[in-house]
Design a protein. Sequence first.
Length: 524
Amino acid sequence: MEVILMNIFPTRVNGKVEVIGMEYLNLFYLFPYQVLPGMDVALTKASFNISCQTNEEHLCFEQLTRISIIVTNLNKYFWIVGKSHEKLLSIFQDNKFLEPKAIAAVRGVEKFSDLIDFWIMQNIPFHYTFQRCFSIRRQTYSGFFAFPGDSFYLRKVHKYFFISCYKVWQDSSLLYALTSPFGNLAWICFIVSFLVVTIVLSGSQKKFGSVGFRLAVGIMLESSVLYLLKFPKKYEISVVVGIWIILAGTLLTSWYKTAFTIEMIVPITHRAPWEGLLNIEGMKVLMPLRLMTTNVREDLPYSFYVQLFFGGIQHRALPFIEWFRHNKRLKSYLKIAQLLVNLMPVNYQLLYPLVNITDLRTVPIQPILYNETAHLVRHLSSCDKTGYMDEKENVAAVLPFLNDNSDGITYMIGEDNFFTEFLGWPVSPVARDYTFHRLGVMLTSGIYGYWEGLYKLVRPKKLFHHYANWTHPKLPKVAKLDFNSKIVTVFYICGGCLVISGIFFLGEIMFMMCRKWLNWLCSI
């Protein structure tokens, strides 16, 4: 807000020139004794005078703009400083710490937002003798719809990920092992080329037969089959055979054998038929209680937080009813959204009697605490329509712990769009917001990412594997090999080829023996 007092009647100077006079009130005015050394002296001015001649009104506008910038920039002295600001200030000013100051600062705060507040306000005097009136906005989430009230500074799109072993299968079949070196397009081109060469070679004979097919296959298998070349001596046929020998008999086979060997070294891949989780009918999902509530305290009953959890889910699902109904891509989520909305009355208040937790056990989304490791493993290991949903970084940290099992169960990560949110900061309705400008500097310069990474490194979250005392895989990789691995598949292929070769070898021997026996009978 800006307050400008203006004289609507221009003042005459020397009886000729008319002057426009205005007075710009300083809303951040302080008494001189309240202004500390290092603070802007403009704080001590109650107002600023603006004047210009009537034939030079643009000068008034220029003065007004310049003074407006000076006054609105004074808002930086009126932001409320966090509780840990003084403690962090002493850490960075004291040279007696044995560990790096950045690590000491991370250990000395309660929340990551305290570090951000300190960096934003570190150049502002901490001790003051006047009342500060602005509060720094916290990072928050906004749904698919606009943030109510103020503008929203978007940082990133926040999606939830999940872990499940439902219908997870291995790509270790014989057909997959043989076809994996090349892609689908490469195989299509190869088959078309093979058919064209076969038709050309077979069509060049007087009688259409299988000689062209056997010649094309023999060249690819690097066999000596040129004795089958009983074709008319034409230049075109010789060119086709020569090109097929170079491309299919030399280059293609070399590439295939090299790619096939590389594929055997690459670990076996797993696949799953699902793309989302909550759009599967009958799916049971566990979600950390903390995602929809604050940290659980012992002075309040657990049922109170369960009530907050389901209330938060209902609040998230309520705006999506109309959205999912008219969005074809997300229409599969409509049924689960309607179910979650009907959990409790929409106008439910915490002052009402607690909802019976037993009645909520049939809800497809159930809360879980990070110290309930056994419950998580028991829930997921059935590999039925079960899953665990959490933030991306938490899911990535828990996945190695779950895959380190002696049952041979493989869990996979997926992405679900139901709880998609936008992470950012609501912008305060303050002209030339000082904190917003400093926050932008942090984000664009990488300072925010540095502090965030350091905070996660020094103070990692205590997830399921922390309470299970798990730090690294306990089962060796050799113990987890099974008969579905790619190496075993190669052995099967090799064994099959040897058996086929042996059968043909015995067949040729028997054919030669029978031929000699028939010749002997005919000679008698």
